[in-house]
Design a protein around this ligand. Sequence first.
Ligand code: PDD
Length: 280
Amino acid sequence: RIAYVNGRYTVHADAAVHIEDRGYQFADGVYEVCEIARGHIIDSTRHLERLDRSLRELKIASPMARQPLLTVMREVIRRNMVENGLVYLQVTRGVAPRDHAFPANTKPSLVVTAKRIDPAGGNKRAESGIKVITVAENRWERVDIKSVGLLPNVLAKQQAKEAGAQEAWFVDPDGTVKEGASTNAWIITKDGVLVTRPADSGILRGVTRTTVLDIIKKHGLSVEERPFTVEEAYDAREAFITSATTLVTPVVTINDRSIANGHPGSIASSLRQAFFDIAE
Ligand code: PDD
């Protein structure tokens, strides 16, 4: 495998950044994960726009203009012969002697990796549906920034894993669902209305979420961007998650309560199919 690190393509096993990289010391960096399907990067423009936004919000200099960055991503994908999988991009504020305040004249570090993933695994999970647990929201207020500071997400995902689940939904004290540890959360009410939390209220604006909203509107399905509670989710006709890694994946259990009849719902399943169709 080959990785791109600060201007060089190197053997993945030997690829490294300095021990005084601020990503390592302070989680002072941002990232993106894009899906690769049949050799194409899905929604690359939206991912690169969000990367720029994350960098701007943290006042990290852009390591590279968008077009050359896309060229690097394509080159990493090519060198790793990825037909289906993921491309990972990470930008940190760079290497400097440890000091909390921003260093002067430090160049941002850029890492790009790609890996193959057999789509069969995700398809199987989508066919059986996944289990979700809920955990108390304990993240900072700026989760709209795709920062590499992911400790609460790591702990929540581990808690899910130990409970035999695949995702954890962060829940606010008012009982409303924020999002998953690495996915956005959706329900479909008994009346057939798709519901997902507004992206301006304490969640990451998922690229997959935006694309699924486009699909929903194109198909004339009814959708409401509003917070929903865990109780509402227990009562939902369907539930599902979205992300670049899971695309649309149905949820069949929340905290050991079956959603609908405990099988993936038809709307979530057809949205997953529609996503594949536009990703052609
Ligand atoms: N996670 N919410 C959170 C907290 C996320 O980390 C992600 C993505 C999403 C979905 O965003 P998108 O549709 O743009 O992938 C929502 C990536 C996949 C990760 O951390 O691996």
